[in-house]
Write a protein that binds this ligand. Structure first.
Ligand code: HEM
Length: 473
């Protein structure tokens, strides 16, 4: 495929998907499975477990989600911008730097906390510090590549203009998160601390979720869902939603930053955070409404097209443009947006309660995992079988039937991970509520791991050629 001036686009770098799955199956969902079993079944834990949960969180964010986003965006955005990727050899560097950094950090951090003797201990400290340098270098190469590619976009690319604000927020978020996460790991490694500073680390997680994950997901859903799900054409002011979303992010994060840095006026800013939460919850609910993914009240974008599909054509699946060759991927997308709506409603309510000086009953970890194990993980598990075969010039995913298995496993994992915390106040009072919720929590990591393993198997077989090639006769 080439642009209007005949310059050819770079092919899809499948290595990012492989690396994302490798991180998820080892130090991402792998660590989550261990932690959840230990917590859920109340088994004894060593003093490494907090370091392991920090390593799990970072690996899931930068590895499972981040590497996937980078791989897809380096393929998708140059085509959206109508200009080939500059420096086509840079993605291989980005992949190597990030994958090495993520694995070094995820392995060294829990081992460092296990209290091993020198010289292993000193080696682990240096490894943790070095991993931070690799990650920052990898992320800044990615930002550089993305920015120069987008700056070279053809001026009349309306498709790009609509989502430009979300991409700009995401680029800023990548920079902020990598610098902060890098500084924390650097400080822990070279400053001989077992753990990253807990409050700053949680602030970084909020930055990555709010600035990178949610805006990227919004930009991709606006651009691809009308096509993949036959949703209505985007005729609403998407950029306005982006501006309000950005305002909400600033209101949420600036007071927390002021508090963490001990600024003298921090207390006078404190009330802005709940206002930001109400605004973000509200704008996300409106976004879901306008996208029409959950209720499908508006006619699809194909409604005014003549003769589509022609009578001689094989009918597609009801209401969808495909023949089932990507499996029932739409179930994962619908479920992802149910979790996003839930997270938005919880955040809105949480902010409103604080504004009215009522103690919030919501556990921040439940909200975090509603965004992460619920929304973005399900979205990724659904988008992967729909997008990746086409990127690899395949007509279908290797085993369409397995996509529905991913849906059941991942949805069960998310419910088991989130419900015990979100509904703790109710479950504690129901007969057998506590043991059932602890067991569900204990199993959630294994379920999440299995869902990622099923996707990995399906994509691997698609890549290795089990699925028919798009240019086969
Ligand atoms: C369903 C499987 C999962 C299980 C069982 C699980 C388990 C855990 C546990 C036990 C914690 C510690 C909670 C606490 O601090 O109180 C944690 C924290 C965290 N998890 Fe997960 N998780 C899962 C999925 C995910 C996913 C998919 C992501 C990201 C995409 C993620 C990102 C995080 C983050 C960012 C933290 C906070 C780490 C920190 O405070 O440094 N988790 N998870």
């Amino acid at each position: 495929m080439s642009d209007s001036r005949g310059r050819s686009h770079t092919p899809f770098h499948f290595g990012f998907v492989l690396a994302s799955l490798a991180v998820a199956l080892t130090v991402g969902f792998g660590y989550a499975a261990i932690l959840a079993v230990l917590i859920g079944f109340q088994l004894p834990m060593g003093n490494w477990w907090v370091a392991m949960l920090q390593a799990h969180g970072h690996a899931q964010l930068l590895g499972w989600i981040g590497l996937f986003i980078i791989g897809v965006s380096l393929y998708f955005l140059p085509r959206l911008a109508g200009t080939p990727l500059r420096h086509p050899r840079l993605p291989a560097w980005i992949l190597s730097l990030l994958t090495t950094g993520i694995f070094l950090r995820a392995v060294s951090q829990p081992l460092l906390a296990a209290g091993l003797e020198d010289p292993v201990h000193t080696g682990l400290r240096w490894t943790l510090g070095f991993s931070a340098i690799l990650e920052i270098a990898g992320v800044f190469c990615y930002i550089f590549l993305l920015v120069i590619t987008l700056l070279g976009a053809a001026p009349n690319r309306a498709a790009l203009q609509t989502v430009r604000i979300f991409l700009a927020i995401a680029i800023v978020g990548w920079g902020l998160y990598s610098l902060l996460a890098g500084a924390l790991a650097f400080h822990a490694g070279f400053g001989n601390n077992r753990l990253l500073h807990i409050a700053w680390n949680r602030f970084g997680i909020g930055l990555f979720t709010g600035f990178v994950i949610l805006p990227t997901a919004m930009a991709f859903s606006v651009r691809t869902f009308p096509l993949y799900l036959r949703l209505p054409a985007v005729r609403w002011p998407v950029a306005r939603y982006g501006q309000v979303y950005l305002l909400a992010l600033i209101l949420i994060h600036v007071p927390v930053l002021a508090q963490l840095t001990g600024t003298s006026f921090a207390s006078s800013l404190a009330h802005l955070s709940p206002i930001g939460k109400v605004l973000r919850g509200g704008v996300l609910l409106l976004f879901i409404w306008k996208l029409d993914i959950l209720f499908r009240w508006y006619p699809p974008w194909t409604v005014n097209r003549i003769g589509e599909p022609g009578p001689e054509r094989r009918p597609t699946r009801p209401g969808l443009p495909d023949y089932g060759e990507f499996g029932r991927f739409e179930l994962l997308l619908y479920a992802a947006f149910v979790f996003l709506a839930l997270a938005a409603a919880v955040e809105l309510l949480d902010g409103a309660l604080v504004l009215f000086r009522v103690a919030s009953p919501f556990d921040p970890d439940a909200l975090r995992h509603t965004h992460l194990a619920g929304f973005i993980t399900l979205l990724l598990l659904g988008m992967a079988p729909r997008m990746v075969p086409g990127f690899l010039h395949k007509r279908k995913v290797a085993f369409p039937g397995l996509v529905v298995a991913t849906f059941y496993l991942a949805t069960a994992a998310a419910i088991c991970r989130i419900a015990p915390l979100l509904l703790a106040g109710i479950l504690d009072r129901v007969p057998y509520g506590l043991p059932v919720s602890m067991t569900a929590f204990g199993l959630s990591g294994v379920l999440g791991w299995t869902s990622a393993a099923v996707l990995a198997c399906n994509l691997w077989m698609t890549w290795r050629g089990r699925a028919a090639s798009a240019n086969a006769p």
